[in-house]
Design a protein around this ligand. Structure first.
Ligand code: DGI
Ligand code: FE
Ligand code: FE
Ligand code: FE
Length: 184
């Protein structure tokens, strides 16, 4: 599947601001891929599809998690975490994308996990620093991304955890494990 075809498929499901976000993530991820030596074709497909399930109703996301036997722990955590694993499942089964690394980059783009691949790191970080985002500490992460991918990712995951703790929100185990693995 080429870039234009993938963008057309995604645009049918997530138009408007969410599609614009996807295009910015694509651009940001490709810049990171060039800089850090990741496969550009894989980066393209992962970035374009990462939020494919973002606008699906929670009830539909839940249905896919149950039917496709995705990580059942997700159901005990915030529904915000469900769209990555569901998108990964749909992209694998319906779009014929079978590259494990691409599928994992989509699946773990919200939480991260221990032992992230270069592509997984790039998609997580591109989603966090794309130019349309603005939250505290973002300029520091953007600057770090230009020189040190791992340091930037560590900051991004740490900032996300601080944000969750400030709201007394639950932290999904993969998020914590990603952080612990990065600072090890
Ligand atoms: O889909 P996007 O908005 O582009 O971004 P995303 O998929 O990274 O989702 C970001 C949201 O996910 C943000 O509000 C923080 C939240 N999040 C990330 N890790 C966790 C989490 N929320 C909970 N409750 N627990 C987590 O571990
Ligand atoms: Fe997302
Ligand atoms: Fe993210
Ligand atoms: Fe996103």
């Amino acid at each position: 599947m080429d870039r234009e075809e993938a963008l057309q498929i995604v645009k049918q499901r997530i138009s408007g601001p969410r599609f614009d976000h996807t295009v910015r993530v694509l651009k940001t991820a490709l810049d990171l891929a060039v800089q850090y030596g990741a496969d550009e074709k894989k980066t393209e497909i992962a970035a374009i599809f990462h939020d494919y399930a973002k606008l699906q109703p929670i009830s539909e996301l839940k249905k896919v998690i149950l039917e496709k036997k995705l990580d059942s722990r997700l159901l005990d955590y915030h529904s915000e975490l469900w769209h990555g694993p569901v998108a990964a499942s749909i992209v694998q089964e319906e779009m014929g994308v079978h590259d494990k690394d691409v599928i994992n980059a989509i699946r773990y783009h919200t939480t991260g996990r221990a032992g992230m691949s270069l592509l997984e790191k790039i998609i997580y970080l591109a989603d966090y620093i794309e130019p349309g985002r603005q939250f505290p500490g973002l300029d520091e992460v953007r600057a770090l991304a230009k020189t040190d991918l791992d340091l930037a990712l560590t900051k991004a995951i740490g900032n996300t955890m601080k944000f969750l703790i400030d709201q007394s929100a639950q932290i999904f185990p993969d998020t914590l494990e990603a952080y612990n693995d990065m600072v090890k």
